[in-house]
Ligand binder design. Structure first.
Ligand code: CLR
Length: 389
């Protein structure tokens, strides 16, 4: 029986949606779900979660030693988790099903300079539709910081929960004043979506993820209710010095706490570590066309009427518009096939295996041993950055 959180009129469609989850494996993104669970936001906007505390991102550049920087990277990373994995519950009452991006869908945004932290810019492109793959860059140029990553998901259903295996990784490059650079490989944790029967899905982060760089192998272990701390959203992060990786630290650093609240040092430091009780800063969307206008493929333009319909409860319009867009995209693919062409990506080029992932992954024994990547073409729209000659 579908739970209380499901509007009465949508109970039976919610029940059949849940039941069909068991038979759909791999990609849930194109499944039809009842209106109450739809989010008006496309997955191309999600990379903004990486930088909703821009001052913590900028802070990485202020570290004077590899150790200080590695700690700042960990602190910034842990501080993004609350936004990444609980913000839909806070903003919309439960986890929701995002709009499934079209191939070539774009999203550009910025966080302004404040208190000397520098301006931070975001660029996102949907580089594959089936399976959905989103590539992104976040750059704070004045601080020499650049995060380039992509993500995809493989979903399965187990014991009433959706298991989301995140595929993809990110590389953070820190340009040092000395002219050298430091690189950090960041991998993504596995997720479990619980609360489905009640109609109020929420995410628990599971297993491990890694941050390798700055002379450390960082392992973040995630636990939910009933594990070592007995509380949901628990984590323990261990930074282990790795000889030969550019660092000079000898002691292990261990941090423990709740990623959606606070944590503290338990080894290699003392006192509080991270605290995300304060407000975050949402990205400001910027059009990528001349004078900052939004192009047809920019997410807030492309999905405008669908999003409006979902927000206002006008699901007829939302669904009609969604069908129109999907048909247009299908036609585009057919035309390409007929003309023997393919869609040209605007900002990225695929690379079959990422050497940074392979090298660092080997040090930390990360599986799989190789992963593909999307290389950024360094072509920011002029509305975000003035191109250097
Ligand atoms: C995308 C990358 C972000 C973190 C993130 C948060 C929520 C995830 C999303 C990623 C991928 C798509 C996702 C979503 C939660 C629900 C949704 C797994 C990993 C699936 C496709 C929809 C399930 C439908 C139920 C909510 C009914 O950095």
């Amino acid at each position: 029986q579908a739970g209380e959180a499901v509007p009465a009129a949508q109970r039976s469609s919610w029940t059949s949606f849940i039941k069909s989850l068991a038979s759909v494996s791999g990609d849930l993104s194109s499944m039809t779900a009842p209106p109450f669970i739809l989010s008006p936001v496309s997955l191309t906007e999600y990379p903004a979660y990486w930088c909703e505390r821009p001052e913590l991102f900028a802070q990485i550049a202020n570290g004077k030693t590899p150790e200080e920087r590695a700690i700042s990277v960990l602190k910034w990373f842990i501080s993004t988790l609350k936004g990444q994995y609980t913000s839909r519950n806070e903003g919309m009452g439960s986890e929701k099903k995002p709009l499934n991006p079209a191939l070539g869908e774009l999203f550009y945004g910025t966080w302004p300079d404040k208190n000397g932290r520098g301006k931070t810019d975001l660029l996102v492109e949907q580089v594959s539709h089936h399976p959905p793959i989103t590539a992104y860059v976040i750059e704070n140029e004045s601080k020499g910081l650049k995060l380039v990553g992509h993500n995809a998901q493989k979903t399965s259903f187990s014991a009433g929960s959706i298991i989301v295996k995140q595929i993809g990784h990110a590389v953070l490059t820190v340009k040092l004043p000395s002219g050298t650079k430091e690189e950090y490989l960041i991998t993504l944790p596995r997720l479990r979506i619980d609360g489905l029967w009640y109609g109020s899905p929420y995410i628990e982060v599971c297993d491990n993820s890694y941050i390798v760089g700055g002379g450390f192998v960082g392992v973040i272990e995630y636990k939910g209710k009933g594990y070592f701390s007995g509380k949901s959203h628990s984590f323990k992060a261990t930074l282990t010095p790795q000889p030969g990786m550019g660092g000079s630290a000898t002691k292990e650093i261990v941090v423990e706490g709740l990623w959606h609240q606070t944590s503290k040092f338990v080894h290699g430091g003392s006192g509080p570590f991270h605290d995300v009780s304060g407000p975050k800063e949402e990205v400001t969307a910027v059009g990528g066309e001349a004078a900052g206008a939004m192009g047809e493929m920019e997410t807030r333009k492309l999905w405008e009427l669908v999003a409006k319909g979902i927000r206002e409860g006008d699901f007829d319009t939302a669904s009609k518009e969604k069908t129109r867009i999907e048909n247009e995209m299908r036609q585009r693919r057919k035309d390409e096939a007929a003309n023997d062409t393919t869609w040209a990506l605007k900002h990225f080029t695929p690379l079959a295996s990422d050497p940074i992932y392979e090298n660092m992954g080997k040090i930390a024994k990360i599986a799989p041993p190789t992963e593909d990547t999307y290389v950024f073409l360094e072509n920011w729209p002029k509305s975000l950055k003035t191109q250097k000659p």
